[in-house]
Design a protein around this ligand. Structure first.
Ligand code: UD1
Ligand code: CA
Length: 460
């Protein structure tokens, strides 16, 4: 039986922010969400988050995510008197609990679930009172130093600021990730004192009281990076991006100039996708095989089919089916759905519109709240007037119809199949199938007409 507790009560003074540190985002998710999601992969029985500084806000943000965190138990630490004091707040909540307590720092977001698994396995195998995650790092400044014997049995942890100069030389650091036999920890928690440089109750002191305590060295020390300031937040973002991009390249995706590309960990790519420079893929996005995205594109919460190209364009909350070409400089948003083999060209904006297969809108159009059939040609400068100042209205265009250049389509409006609309027309009434609609002033030519010279111009 495993319960997970996350330390998330600190303000994070060095972030210089109103927002509690654990609510700062690393890519698409906040630090505390990342830590919690990572821990969830080991199937804990209970999930507890210890909140303090603006705890209401942390709770609110997490409950906003719907069911995902419905079972999370929030534990209040009203005053932040140290990591040991934070864990003391669990005492009434975990009364009678028998099992392992996994303690994670809410500001260590890059930990891999496999590492947690290894920590748990070692803990169980050796029947330890506690097992702690450690790393040997080149610059251990700021971290608690861990001393152990040849068998990875811990002898002492000392916080950086309480270390003697000789102790500071030790490069093995405490990652802030622990597995405790809860009943043993429960027994020593009341004995903590704040007799140290920070006058805080240290969780590390509880570790010092327990035995046997074993250490597990993490293989990749980047996993234990703690976020205390914005520079570390940026460093963590870089590490995360490198991981994600290396993963996709290993799975057959080509990234041209990966340093200029960002891909959130919620994105799915198929083999033989090519991502060109300065392209950003976010949210719940899927890009299917042989598609080429970029350069200079942003795709968010969208499904891109096979063999699609997207060039210098923005696509959000939309669907593009196979073989379509988008851009340059197109904007698809608000549930636009583009069929197969379409072409959406320069300066075309689609919003909440559906386009059938092989339909083209190549130049300078706005199609909002429209349902457009297959093989339709949208003339350059066709604009749906979908908003009357109060309500949005739909425009429907049947299969194989052609709008002319500079058409204004005043919704609500239904244009039939096989219709042609003359250039420059403003269409405000429905058009049946198989016809030509012209709605523009007839051109008048006055023969022999010349502007009368104004008297001031003739005077010399
Ligand atoms: C802690 C460890 C240190 C370890 C480092 C790893 C202690 C005493 N030290 O130091 O050995 O190397 O993490 O990153 O534990 N928090 C609370 N309530 C509090 C204080 C802190 O919830 O009263 C939370 C913070 O929000 C944060 C986490 O605990 O998420 C760690 O606190 P922080 O102050 O950053 O500890 P470190 O000094 O980094
Ligand atoms: Ca820290």
């Amino acid at each position: 039986m495993v319960a997970v507790a996350i330390l998330a009560a600190g303000r994070g003074t060095r972030m210089k922010s109103d927002l509690p540190k654990v609510l700062h985002c690393l890519g698409s998710r906040s630090l505390v969400e990342r830590v919690l999601d990572g821990a969830t992969e080991i199937n804990p029985l209970r999930r507890l988050v210890i909140v303090g500084y603006r705890g209401e806000l942390v709770k609110e943000e997490m409950t906003r995510q719907g069911d995902r965190y419905a079972d999370v138990e929030f534990v209040e630490q009203t005053e932040q008197l140290g990591t040991g004091h934070a864990i003391q707040q669990l005492l009434p909540h975990l009364k009678g609990f028998e099992g392992s307590l996994l303690v994670l720092n809410g500001d260590v977001p890059l930990l891999r679930p496999a590492t947690l698994q290894r920590l748990l396995e070692t803990h169980r195998e050796h029947n330890n009172a506690a097992t702690i995650l450690t790393a040997q790092i080149l610059n251990p400044k700021g971290y608690g130093r861990v001393f152990c014997d040849g068998n990875n049995i811990l002898t002492q942890i000392v916080e950086d600021r309480d270390c003697s100069p000789a102790q500071k030389q030790n490069r093995r650091v405490n990652a802030g990730i622990y597995c405790f036999r809860w009943q043993d920890l429960e027994a020593v928690l009341p004995n903590l004192t704040s007799n140290n440089d920070q006058q805080e109750y240290y969780l590390t002191d509880a570790v010092n009281y327990l035995s046997p305590v074993m250490t597990v060295d993490v293989d990749d020390h980047q996993e234990i990076l703690g976020i205390n300031d914005r520079q570390q937040l940026a460093t963590a973002y870089g590490i995360l991006q490198t991981r994600i991009k290396n993963d996709w390249m290993a799975q057959g995706v080509t990234l041209i100039d990966p340093d200029s590309i960002t891909i959130e960990d919620t994105v799915t790519l198929e083999a033989d996708v090519v991502i060109e420079p300065q392209t950003h893929l976010r949210g719940n996005t899927l890009i299917q095989t042989k598609s080429r995205i970029g350069p200079g594109s942003l795709i968010e919460n969208s499904q891109i089919g096979e063999n699609v190209t997207v060039l210098f364009s923005v696509v959000t909350d939309s669907i593009v089916k196979s073989g379509s070409r988008i851009g340059p400089y197109a904007h698809l948003r608000g549930h636009a759905e583009v069929g197969a083999g379409c072409r959406i060209g320069n300066f075309v904006e689609l919003k909440n519109s559906t386009l059938g297969d092989r339909t083209n809108a190549s130049h300078l159009s706005y199609l909002g709240d429209a349902t457009i059939g297959t093989q339709v040609n949208i003339g350059g400068g066709t604009i749906t007037a979908n908003y009357d100042g109060v309500k949005k209205h739909r425009t429907t265009i049947g299969d194989r119809s052609k709008t002319g250049v500079n058409n204004a389509l005043i919704a609500p409006l239904t244009i039939g199949e096989d219709v042609t609309i003359a250039a420059g027309s403003t269409i405000s009434e429905d058009v049946p199938n198989d016809c030509l609609a012209i709605a523009r002033a007839r051109q008048v030519v006055k023969h022999g007409w010349r502007m009368k010279a104004r008297s001031s111009e003739t005077e010399t």
